[in-house]
Design a protein around this ligand. Structure first.
Ligand code: FAD
Ligand code: MLT
Ligand code: ZN
Length: 475
């Protein structure tokens, strides 16, 4: 039998020292996702400040069978941090767990609480002469707990891996109120199952991450960046292979950008301009980095780009002369999502295929879009070095917004079916959340899906953790 809400709210409030938002006006900023796809209601928004408080909240919610929705920076793309419409779920904001508990340069590690903003963690690493490589357009507001829970990717995966690969240990509040304290700083530890990995990418459906031990790397002391027009995506993949071979492991970003993205960012984002003199169909933004200040990275870039220009793989290229040029290249790249948003409705597909198959995927899927979506324009861009494309379609100028969006599911089905034919993924880096629950059911290998449900039942038998996200049907 559930406690009456008023009494329940008092108990929750006493756990978090009164930091509980109960009025609609106070809760409002927490109830809509970044893309405004979902608008939820909540029993209340709790703002704990310690791992122990989070664990106590979960113990209470488990006993009372209250659904819990963890929220970090609320920049996620799949509605995972938004409560449902019932008004019965408790939203737990992690924003007050924002201490960097330790920085250990000799061990190349750092312990951050879940609510630390990613940019603050990068800064803390930098102050210790180290580098924390996760880098996303949302880094000024997304939080480490959200990054871990979505297994975020971004623009340095090529060299450093996704968030999963940057973790040494975790502290997690479990649904029954126990605190898993596993903030290991070890590089090697083969003691049974890798329990922490269950929570990475779980999107708050198995527990609440309260802190993490993260890997640091040598500080970057030399950078070379180029913005290059490639003949086509196939030439881009060939160029990437050459760059990797010629520069050892110095390639840290390799982002594919179509012409339309250059036009949209130049039109909608103040300060963005085309770095090249004439238009081209495809571009890549390349970055090489090194911990050695005197590493001749510009030379390495030129040694690769010049032959590629004379062979016709490249049509034009410019190397950044200084930090200002570099920032301009990145501004163009990082503001593509915002420019798309300002231009009108868009349908997003965060897909991946094997790197070698990118060009044929773009050709096949691009042809499908040209034949079947006359009211849309393809903006396929992203982390080509990881085989990850944001295969987005924007509403064409003058097209009817509602009619365009109404076909979203049919279009998504066709694109995802093609992704399957290429042995790809229907969610490369943004996760499942609420948005892609049906897609996961459709495309996940059946045994894998069954195992996911088994894990969910084992860790959260009452189904209180982020109900309806990633998996449905719990309890
Ligand atoms: P939220 O949105 O608050 O939550 C995301 C999910 O994690 C939810 O399911 C939530 O319940 C859960 N969660 C949050 N905190 C915790 C916790 N402590 N414990 C358990 N569960 C928790 N993503 C990429 O991967 N690559 C990109 O390049 C990228 N670029 C982006 C650019 C822009 C401009 C924007 C707006 C977003 C971008 N994203 C990108 C998406 C987003 O920023 C990431 O998914 C990010 O990791 C989400 O972090 P957050 O703190 O905002 O999480
Ligand atoms: C990006 O790489 O820009 C994001 O992951 C995609 C997006 O913001 O839509
Ligand atoms: Zn991305």
């Amino acid at each position: 039998m559930s406690a009456p809400p008023a009494r329940l709210l008092e108990r929750i409030a006493s756990i978090v020292g009164g930091r509980l938002l109960t009025s609609a006006a106070q809760q409002q900023p927490f109830l809509t996702d970044h893309r405004a796809l979902y608008h939820g209601r909540a029993l209340a928004v709790a703002q704990p400040e310690s791992a122990e408080q989070v664990a106590q909240l979960l113990a209470l919610c488990n006993a009372e069978r209250i659904g819990v929705v963890p929220q970090g920076g609320n920049t996620g793309y799949c509605g995972g941090a938004t409560p449902d419409e019932s008004g019965a779920q408790l939203l737990i904001s992690l924003a007050r767990l924002k201490r960097i508990r330790a920085v250990d340069p000799l061990n190349d590690s750092l312990i951050a609480e879940a609510g630390c903003v990613l940019a603050d963690v990068q800064r803390a690493a930098d102050e210790a002469q180290r580098f924390f490589p996760l880098s996303l357009g949302s880094q000024g507001s997304c939080q480490i707990g959200g990054n871990l829970s979505t297994n975020a990717g971004g623009v340095h995966v090529l060299r450093y891996g996704m968030m999963r690969e940057l973790v040494l240990g975790l502290e997690v509040a479990l649904p029954d109120g126990r605190l898993l304290s596993s903030l290991s700083r070890l590089r090697k530890d083969n003691t049974g199952y890798d329990i922490k990995s269950l929570f990475l990418g779980a999107e708050g459906t198995l527990g609440i991450i309260t802190a993490a031990s993260l890997k640091l790397f040598p500080r970057i002391r030399a950078t070379a960046s180029a913005f290059a027009a490639v003949r086509d995506p196939e030439a881009a993949v060939e160029l990437l292979a050459r760059l990797r071979e010629n520069s050892a492991e110095r390639v840290s970003s390799f982002e594919l950008i179509p012409r339309l993205a250059v036009e949209l960012t130049s039109r909608h984002i103040p300060g963005v301009r085309d770095p090249l003199d004439s238009p081209h169909r495809w571009y890549v933004l390349i970055e090489l980095t090194s911990a050695r200040a005197r590493d001749p990275l510009d030379e390495m870039l030129s040694e690769c780009l010049e032959p590629a220009l004379s062979e016709g793989l490249l049509e034009d290229a410019v190397i950044a002369r200084n930090a200002r040029d570099r920032a301009d290249f990145w501004k163009l790249r990082e503001t593509i999502p915002e420019a798309q948003r300002r231009d009108g409705a868009s349908l997003k597909h965060d897909i991946s295929v094997p790197v070698a198959a990118i060009a044929s995927f773009i050709e096949r899927a691009g042809q499908w879009v040209a034949d079947n979506v006359p009211d849309g324009r393809l903006v396929a861009y992203g982390h080509a070095g990881d085989g990850n494309l944001h295969f987005n379609i924007n509403q064409a100028p003058g097209a009817d917004r509602a009619a365009f969006l109404a076909r979203g599911e049919t279009i998504q089905r066709a694109i995802h079916d093609l992704v399957r034919q290429f042995d790809g993924s229907i969610s490369a880096e943004h996760g499942i959340g609420r948005l892609k629950v049906g897609e996961l059911e459709r495309y996940a290998p059946p045994v894998e899906l069954e195992l996911m449900h088994t894990v969910k039942r084992a860790l959260d038998p009452n189904g209180i953790m982020n109900p309806g996200k990633v998996l449905r049907g719990h309890p």
